[in-house]
Design a protein around this ligand. Structure first.
Ligand SMILES: C[S@@+](CC[C@H](N)C(=O)[O-])C[C@H]1O[C@@H](n2cnc3c(N)ncnc32)[C@H](O)[C@@H]1O
Length: 224
């Protein structure tokens, strides 16, 4: 199948395909490149990687490109659930790359060692935390399949406060999206991760925050 067969897909991620085709998604290639530099700064070579909420799969394919031993991409909301997309984009790029990334259609609340087939060295939880209604319970589940390190990319809020707190967004208040619920501050992120068994953290400001954004966003690496 040539890249010319792709246009009917509404892309979230952008891709440069081996045949030279450029697929322009909602997330521009330059932003994805900068995100990937931060997300993969500790490497995944030789590691098993689970990408939860993979959508078009940019970070799953990037983990494979960066020599992960095995990559499992999961999603449900945007693959076969009520979300904004389908799995067609993922499948198309998978074919174009000749990828060996595995897939599992599973919703976040169903994630467990039993359902995903064990524990992964590295778990990517990117752009998903603020979508879930019960963040701590969800993090406990994601932690249950994390062997060494979890990478979380998320909205944050209220970092000026000296306590661990989360901000709740009513209706479409956050980014005009009714599926956005919670943003923790950095203290709350670390506190929750300590409570679910993680020992070491590294939190960096998202590399692509627009200067005029009132919102804040971070990438956190957390080690057991
Ligand atoms: C903002 S996208 C992030 C995609 C990708 N991980 C990234 O960082 O570019 C949110 C992802 O979370 C998934 N998701 C899981 N549960 C969700 C929910 N309850 N509401 C919205 N999105 C949800 C979506 O299917 C989608 O893949």
């Amino acid at each position: 199948m040539s890249a010319a067969a792709a246009p009917e897909i509404t892309w979230f991620h952008s891709f440069s395909l081996p045949d030279g085709a450029e697929l322009a998604g909602q997330k521009p290639a330059e932003i994805l490149r900068q995100e990937a530099e931060v997300i993969f700064r500790h490497g995944v070579a030789g590691k098993s990687v689970l990408d939860i909420g993979a959508w078009d799969g940019f970070f799953s394919f990037e983990a494979e490109k960066r020599s992960a031993r095995r990559v499992l991409a999961t999603d449900h909301f945007c693959w076969s659930g009520p979300g904004w997309g389908t799995k067609a984009g993922f499948d198309y790029v998978h074919g174009q790359l000749g990828s060996r990334v595995e897939t599992l259609d599973i919703d976040v609340p169903q994630i467990s060692p039993q359902t995903v087939g064990g524990v992964f060295d590295v778990v990517l939880f990117l752009g998903v935390l603020y979508h879930v209604k019960d963040p701590l319970k969800c993090l406990e589940q994601v932690a249950s399949v994390t062997g060494e390190m979890m990478v979380v990319e998320t909205e944050t809020a209220l970092d000026v406060l000296p306590w661990p707190v989360m901000r709740y967004y009513e209706g479409t208040e956050l980014n005009n999206d009714p599926t956005n619920f919670w943003a923790p501050n950095r203290r709350a992120l670390e506190a929750m991760f300590r409570d679910i068994g993680f020992k070491r953290f590294e939190i960096v400001t998202h590399p692509c925050l627009k200067a005029n954004w009132k919102r804040t966003r971070v990438v956190m690496h957390a080690w057991r």
